[in-house]
Design a protein around this ligand. Sequence first.
Ligand code: ADP
Ligand code: MG
Length: 707
Amino acid sequence: MSDQLQAFFSPESVAVVGASRNVRGLGHTVLKNIIDFGYKGRIYPVNPNADSVLDLKCYPNLSSIPDKVDVVVVVVPAPVVVPTIKEAVEKGIKGAVIITAGFREVGPEGLAAEREIVRIAREGGMRILGPNILGVIDAQARFNATFAAAKPEEGAIAFVSQSGALLTAVLDWAVREQVGFSKIVSLGNKADISEIDLFRALEDDPETRVIVAYLEGVTNGDEFRKAAKELTKKKPLVVVKSGGTAAGSRAVSSHTGSLAGSDAAYDAAFKQTGILRAPTMQDLFDVSLAFAYQPLPKGKRLAIVTNAGGPGILATDACERKGLQLATFDPETIAKLREGLPSTANVYNPIDVIGDAAADRYELAIECAMADPNVDALLVLLTPQTMTEIEKTAEITVRAAQRGIKPVLASFMGGHAVEEGIRILKEGRVPNYAFPERAVEALVAMNRYRDWTEAPEEEPVAIKVDREAAAAVIKQAREAGRNSLGDLEARGVMEAYGLRLPGNKLATSPEEAVAFAREIGYPVVMKIVSPDILHKSDIGGVKVGLQNDAEVENAYHTIRGNALRYMPEAEIWGVSVQEMIKPGREVILGVTYDSQFGHLIMFGLGGIYVEVLKDVAFRLAPLTRREAEAMIREIRTFPLLAGVRGQQPADLDAVIDALLRVSQLVTDFPEIIELDVNPLVVNPVGGGATAVDARIILAGGEQKPHH
Ligand code: ADP
Ligand code: MG
C-alpha cells in the first residue's frame, strides 16, 4: 500500500479536531470509538475549550501538539474545516479524514469550499478522505475513526462505500452475522481520494482477500477501468452500483441511444474489467463471504449433500440455470456411499442421506464427495428433522472446509433450530446461506472470477483501414454544416473501414434509376436520400425487390412523392438504387457516447422488435476479439443466429469482424457520438455480412476526445 494511504489505516498518531466533551457530539463519538476499539498509537484531541476529553489531554490547536501527527480526523463545523486543513498542512500532517458534511452536497458554496480544501491539501502534499463521510476503520490495526456504534470483527473483506449511512447499517448487520472486515472506508464526496485510489491501495493489502464496494458513480471512467482491471487480476472485486449518470440526460435519436440507458456503460465497464456486479446488497455479501472464507473452485462441478429431496432439487435447478454442473461421481465414490448409507439413500449427486440421518451419514457423504476427483466444490444442505444432529453436522462441515482444498458452502435451512449450527459454521468460516439458490449464486460468481483470472490478456485488434478516406467524408459533412451522416455519406465511412456494402448509385431521375438498376442487376432496392429523413421506411421511402424497369420507374415517383408528403420542404438528393442482398439474419450494430466511459458499442438482433425486446449487449470500445464474441453470445436470441431447427448457422465471424471495424472507427474518430448499422444482414457461414443501412452522428460543438 502506498505510504500516503497507509497513514489512513494504521497511523502511529492521530489528532481529532473537534473532539468535544458533549457525549452526543460526533467529535466525542469519534474519539471514543478510536479509544474503545483498542487503538495503540498516540491520540491527540484538539479542542480550544477543554483541558481534557475522555481522560486525554486536550490541545487548543494542531500546532500546539508537541509530536508528529500522521492523520487528522476533522469533526468541526463546515466553516472551520478550511482553516483546520491549512493548519494541518502547516503541521506537516499527511492525511485528513474529513467527517464534516455541508460541502458539494449542499450547493455551489459548499463545492467551492471543497475545492479550496483540495487545493490547500495538494499544495501541502496531504491527502483527503471525504468530506461528508462516516470515517475509516482498520480492523487489524484496531483503528476506528468513525462515528459508527458497531465494532466490526477482523476479517478478509475490505468494504468501500460511497454512502456512509449504508455503511452504518452494514456494520451493524455484520456484527450480528459475524462477518469480519479488513478495512472499511467511507468515500463520501470523494473530493480527493476516490475508489480508484483504494483499489490501488488494497491490491497488495495482505489482510484483504476480497474488495466489496457500494458506488453511485465513478470519478474517472478510464482510470477506473485501469485500476479495476489491475486489481481484479489479483483479488475479486464485487460492486453494487446504484444511481444514474449524466449520460442519460442528452437527447438521443438513434436506436442505440434509446436502448443504452445510463447503466449500460457501467455494466459493460464492469464486465470488461472483471468486476463482479451484485444486483443487491444481499448478493454483495453472499458472494463476498464465499470469496473471503473459501478457496476458488478449480471447475464448475458441484457435489451436493442433503437430508431432504426438495432442497436438493432446488440446488440442482439453480445449478443448471446458472451454468454450473452436477459432478458425476467416480464408481469408487458410489460404491463407498452405497456401502455406508441405507439402501433408501441416493448415492448419486445430490447425495440424499435421508431425513433420519444423524451426523455420521453426513460425515461419510461429505468425506466421499470431497475425496472424489470429479468434484470441484461442495454444498451441504440441511433441514432440521427430528433425528438431525445439527451442531455435529456443522462441525463436520467445518472440518471438511478447513482442509482448504475445495470450497465448501452450506445452507442450513430454518430459523431457531439451526441457529447454533449456523453459528458453528460461521465461526468455522463456512459461508451459510438461508436457501440453496443463494449458495449456488455465490459459487457461480467464484467460477466467473476464476475464468476471468485464467483468461489470457488480449489486446484490441488493429485492422488495416483507410482512415484518410473516412476523415474526408466526415470533413465534407462538417463543411456543409451537417453533423448527421445519412446512409449515403455513412457508406463512405463504412467502406473506408472495410465493411461490406451493397452496390449503390444515386439517381436523380427515373431514367437514371432504370439505367442504374440495369447496371446493378435485378432485383434492386430503392431508397430516398435526404438529409432531413432519418427513418426511411417509416415514410414509405424504401422499396425492396424491384424486378424490372417499370417497377423502378414507378418506385422512383412513389418514393419521392412519399417523402415530399411527409415533409414538403425536405431537401431531397435523389433516390438510391441498391443491390438487393440475399436474405439473412438482420442484426444491429450501434454506438453511443457515454460521458464517463466513452464509446459504448451495442449488438442485437435487428428488425422491428429490437426496441421492444431490448435484447441487446453492450461493451466499451475499443473491443477485443473475445469481447466482440461475448457480446454476440450474450443476447437471449443468440440461438437464432447459431441456427435452430436445421437452419444454417449465421456467419458469426463476419459479425465479429464488423463489430471490430466499428469499434476501431469510433476509436479513431472520437467525434462520432452515435452510429447505427441497422441492419447488418448476416448470411450463413462463409457468406459474410452486409451493412445495408448506416447512420452516423457527429458531436455538435467542440468535443473533447475521450480516447
Ligand atoms: P430505414 O431503416 O431507414 O427504414 P433501411 O435502409 O434499413 O431503411 O431499409 C429498411 C429495410 O429494408 C431493412 O431493414 C432491410 O430489411 C431492407 N433492406 C434495405 N436495403 C436492403 C438491401 N440492399 N437488400 C436487402 N434488403 C434491404
Ligand atoms: Mg435501417
